[in-house]
Design a binder for this molecule. Structure first.
Ligand code: NI
Ligand code: MN
Length: 225
């Protein structure tokens, strides 16, 4: 499995021959201006919640690629009204897709569309595949529900928000990595705006002190799981 950071909370996951784009927010992210969204490949678009910084480029990517949108019922409903294809899920539910198995997890956050309309409840996902298991936390606070994840699966990587202010910060993310029983962390949701700027060296050092690896990718940089 190859995971490429597309900036903010946007990811490209290539697994079992399929491409999944997560929470695309690219065209309004100055830091990601080298990415041409019209050239992104996608078989699926995975959405954690309805905030603009997670769904901005869903429509253009879905229209270009025919990708299926996987999200909560309300978000899928919203995009189906625009003529796009979706697969609705809700918390605790799992589904076997052709790339692997997804389980929708709880996230402590909010989830409205940019016009204020209801975007369902925010979520994260557990992705289980033949090429490894990954937790994509979404925008969330530290929550005791994370302790349920190692009862359900063994993770190879946890993707956690670390930018603070709108989500967990570094110190809470370290506790979260204990809760999900995974010491290899990919940080996301940092540096995009002033509210979520972090000190990279300090963040990596704090994880290292707890014998954990925090990976901070440059935009368009990839890791293998
Ligand atoms: Ni959000
Ligand atoms: Mn966000």
């Amino acid at each position: 499995m190859k995971i490429t950071f597309l900036g903010h909370a946007s990811l490209q996951i290539e697994v079992t021959g399929k491409t999944i784009i997560v929470d695309p927010f690219i065209t309004a992210n100055d830091k990601a201006n080298k990415i041409d969204v019209t050239r992104l490949k996608a078989d699926y678009i995975l959405i954690t919640h309805a905030h603009q910084d997670h769904i901005l480029d869903v429509e253009v990517i879905a229209k270009n690629t025919g990708a299926k949108i996987i999200a909560n019922f309300e978000i899928v409903n919203h995009f189906e009204k625009l003529g796009l294809n979706g697969h609705p899920m809700n918390h605790g539910g799992s589904w076997n897709f052709d790339f692997g198995r997804l389980t929708m997890t709880n996230a402590i956050h909010t989830s409205s569309f940019s016009d204020g309309s209801y975007g369902g409840n925010p979520a994260g996902f557990i992705l289980e595949t033949k090429e490894g298991n990954v937790y994509i936390a979404g925008d969330t606070a530290l929550t005791m529900d994370m302790k349920l994840i190692p009862l359900q699966t063994r993770l190879d990587l946890a993707i956690l928000p670390i930018g603070d202010n709108f989500t967990m910060g570094i110190d809470a993310a370290i506790i979260a990595s204990d809760f999900v029983a995974c010491n290899r962390i990919l940080g996301y949701h940092f540096d995009t705006f002033g509210y979520i700027e972090i000190d990279h060296k300090e963040a990596i050092h704090k994880f290292k002190e707890k014998n954990k690896e925090l990976i901070l990718l440059n935009i368009q940089e990839s890791i293998e799981v």
